[in-house]
Design a protein around this ligand. Sequence first.
Ligand code: ACO
Length: 388
Amino acid sequence: MASKMTTVCEYKPGLEGIPAAQSSISYVDGQRGILEYRGIGIEELAQKSTFLETAYLLIWGELPTKEELEAFKRDILYHRRIKYRIKDMMKCFPETGHPMDALQASAAALGLFYSKRALDNPDYIRKAVVRILAKIPTMVAAFKQMRKGNEPVQPCDHLDYAANFLYMLNEQEPDPLAAHLFDVCLMLHAEHTINASTFSAMVTASTLTDPYAVVASAVGTLAGPLHGGANEEVITMLEAIGSVDNVHPYLEDCLQRKSKIMGFGHRVYKVKDPRAKILQSLVEQLFDKTGGDKYYEIAVEFEKAVEEKLGYKGIYANVDFYSGLVYRKLGIPTDLFTPVFAIARVAGWLAHWKEQLGENRIYRPTQIYTGSHAVPYLEMTQRDPYPY
Ligand code: ACO
């Protein structure tokens, strides 16, 4: 008879509350609704900074001087294009495939082209950071064009990072307010301590593999509906609700079925996510200029209703609840919402990659074994069919 052994050791599902690293990149206070990048409040960055300046801050730890920022922007501008072989590879992707899968494959493919790894060389680190930040938006926009059978739109040299992405996506220069709001969205999504995709990036980085593999593994993790994929599901949910009158019946039904409400709840925040507050104000600015949207009214009513029912459990709107409404208004297709999240979060992944390399030790946690021991090998004739 096989024996069962138990081990006394506290197990925390989802590693809740277990510190997995020391980091000076970002800070979250989930009770007070505070998010800081390198000590600077997200609200102040959203007002005064830009995505690329914020990416620099996250990765190198300090705000760049004017000259440093100009040089960084110039380098990124120079590296925006992707090699024709990568485009050829992407053309072979099925047009029905999810853009996150396309992005994960394309990000990993960069490692084939830039394979000379030199993780102890600051110049290599800088070039890898620049290449990844520069090319990810181009790859996201290229897939959007290619799945329709079109050639990708080339990056436009006189447009900055956010405006250029919207241009490559929609084939027209965006309105300055739209480009500015999109840039703020990228800033808000750039970093968020050790979330699932960042942890994925750190585990991959800890093996000293190349940064393209680090980013590809993080993209795969971000894709899931419990993480980055929730913004897509929020729009599907708002469409299913369909009218303000249906908000309460829809919510009651969700609660009865005990289904998770997308865009709500967070492992760390027990109050409204500070990014959701900023995003909500961006939605309002955008709608003031371009005209309202019934889904915003539904969203506001729905948020109120969820707070009434689930606020006591610390369940409030998270970053994904309002982001989709902004993206939709900017002409971004729903299945590109998560790739857009990835464009922003790459900054945080790279910051953690660089930090991880500074004091690296390979991640190798332990487990609590719940299986049997000393099990005899059964001959084929003695085995029972598996009870599928
Ligand atoms: N809707 C309804 N109930 C919820 C929700 C929700 N969105 N989130 C949490 N709860 C409830 C759970 O049912 C559970 O209740 P119980 O204690 O009565 O069983 C309790 O709150 C704790 O929930 P967990 O799932 O254990 O919380 P966890 O920290 O593991 O999960 C997560 C956090 C995954 C974000 C969860 O809130 C969720 O699934 N939300 C919806 C998906 C979503 O919006 N994800 C985006 C998160 S932000 C981001 O990744 C960028």
